[in-house]
Design a protein around this ligand. Sequence first.
Ligand code: BES
Ligand code: ZN
Ligand code: ZN
Length: 528
Amino acid sequence: MLLPWVRRVAARRLSRDLPLACSCTAQGPSPRGYSRGAGGKGLVLGIYSSEKDEGAAQFTSAGDAFDRLVCGKLRELLAVCGPPLKKGKTRIFHGLHQDFPSVVVVGLGKKNAGVNDQENWNEGKENIRAAVAVGCRQIQDLEIPCVEVDPCGDAQAAAEGAVLGLHEYNELKQKKKPVVTPQLHGSAESEAWQKGVTYAEGQNLARYLMEAPANYITPIKFAERIEQKLRSFSNVKVHIRPESWIATQQMGAFLSVAKGSAEPPIFLEIHYLGGANTNDSPLVFVGKGVTFDSGGISLKPSSGMDAMRADMGGAATVCSAIVTAAALNLPLNIIGLAPLCENMPSGKANKPGDVVRAKNGKTIQVDNTDAEGRLLLADALCYAHNFNARAIVNAATLTGAMDVALGSAATGVFTNSSWLWTHLYEASILTGDRVWRMPLFEHYTKQVTDCPLADLSNIGKYSRAGGACTAAAFLKEFVTASHWAHLDIAGVMSNKDEVPYLRKGMAGRPTRTLVEFAARLSQDSHNT
Ligand code: BES
Ligand code: ZN
Ligand code: ZN
């Protein structure tokens, strides 16, 4: 028996001769005269899967309009090319329209996909991001410098897919991929499109900082890059605090890590005053900023150690979220704090068994110098309590155990506040950059407070068991605020191929969730 689409095509081809002037390839070479800067733009159009298996696929409204413009040729060509396009699959058509030498049609999956309660994300938005990313990359492969993108009913998601999907770190290569500028196809939804571009550029900034080599992004270079990004905003103040300031603040835990390196530490402090009143209680973000984590004297194995250039992912994501909040002009105050240093072995480095004193006076036995992130954060969290914060949210590539627990599916959130959790969780459903709640039980606290020489040990007493939870319990010892969340982002630090709209490399996650969270907080009258 013939497949339904074969039957449909056969019927059409019997009724009239179908013009096949256009090439139709899944990934074929660009046809002569159209690509390589010859003028014109690429076009990415979405198409939904049919609700019933047998039915024809359904264009988006932009797809429909374009098909009418080319007198129904797109629909006919799609029909002769094969079965209806599955989610994320593409077909390229060349020469359909002079303004668009190459058109990529990409499968969006089911038309009415919304929030998926099992997956904890909005599937429709995720489908759009993934589809648009694939389509835009195909245009990039054809070396066409500009691509118009079908908003697919959600221009923000489409823009995110385009801008995230095209991003690649190639700063230090002589041969770079061609730059492709994505634009909205049509004039509707331009505000949502621009919002998506801003969210995605925020995440791309974090990806850039994380991917860059550690000899390019040292603590001072990191701080200068963020300062430069914020320079144009009159309601932002950036303080780049030097080592002497850190010492005056009695941040002994942070300094103990920094002193092992020849690279001086920096404490970066950002004040974004977007709220109605400059003295409105701010949201305080804190990010772990270890620009390279060798492990120190408890040296890490050399294989894969290069990935520890991204151990400032906490600082990168929170600072990028503030840059994005400023670009969006979000109506709230945000303070960003990033302790930045390297963790290196040297004659001055922490030694296992050393005891250091944090800003709040608590003593810490450094049983493993590779558990350095919590030492920086201990001091930064103490400092965060100076601002009468509505909420304190820290992000850190803190433990390999977090990666073992959840992999790259979601950021682990340890929080003492269900109010805060709800906001983070709801934000993540929209962004698709998910969070998952983790425990802050007393059970884990006991494992860090039972310490021979000091108030706390920097590792849990049962070695690796519940490593992400003992790290969170350690941080809790430096928190008195009633709305605090610790985001362990070690598992989501990099992408292989799990997130289809991010290329392989450092992921910049969960920047968009932090931005969306801040946006929600700015709408929440709940004042604490
Ligand atoms: N930066 C690492 C954690 C990490 C591992 C981040 C893999 C991203 C990917 C952190 O400083 C670390 O080394 N933690 C130790 C803690 C242990 C010694 C208790 C770890 O996870 O092994
Ligand atoms: Zn470490
Ligand atoms: Zn680290």
